[in-house]
Design a protein around this ligand. Structure first.
Ligand code: THU
Length: 157
């Protein structure tokens, strides 16, 4: 028996330290929060996925009176991206959120477990790392892959 520690690589950055491509993707995710439908939680999440065909696809959380029927921003974006451009491979995803006060959250939010699992499958399809950019007002976290967000992931497919 032995003890092991799993670590995940993460870069902390400020907006003005990023490349124009990353900044643009964050801008798209921030704008996508405006298209969230969140009358129940009033928590507005936006996601933007950069594809290898040059297109950017966005999504936002869509809630429903039957609560479990709602969908997170990340899954709305990744399902739409693959439905719209099935041949394209994901390159990066940016995620942003606005809280109940209407302001962007100070600390970045991170995708829920179900979204990590869904995104992981598209990373596997892409055959290369899909960078994950988590934007907050105070800092931005960049992870090199979806896999990094999901240690001990289920990958039996
Ligand atoms: N939500 C997302 O869209 N993405 C996340 O990463 C976390 C949570 C949504 C689900 C729900 O509509 C609202 O935020 C509050 O949980």
């Amino acid at each position: 028996m032995k003890e092991a520690t799993i670590t995940i690589p993460v870069i902390e950055a400020q907006y003005d330290e990023l490349t124009e491509t990353d900044r643009r993707l964050i801008d798209e995710a921030r704008q996508a929060t405006e298209r969230s439908y969140a009358p129940y939680s009033r928590f507005h999440v936006g996601a933007a996925i950069l594809l290898d065909n040059g297109e950017t696809v966005t999504g936002a959380n869509q809630e429903n009176a039957a609560y479990p029927s709602g969908t997170c921003a990340e899954r709305s974006a990744c399902y739409y991206a693959h439905a719209r451009y099935p041949e394209a491979r994901f390159m990066a995803i940016a995620i942003a959120a606005r809280g109940t006060d209407g302001l962007e959250v100070a600390e970045p939010i991170s995708p829920c477990g179900a979204c990590r699992q869904a995104l992981l499958e598209y990373e596997t399809l892409a055959g290369r790392n899909v960078r994950v950019i988590l934007a907050g007002r105070d800092r931005i976290y960049i992870l090199p892959s979806v896999r990094a967000t999901l240690p001990l992931a289920f990958t039996e497919f």
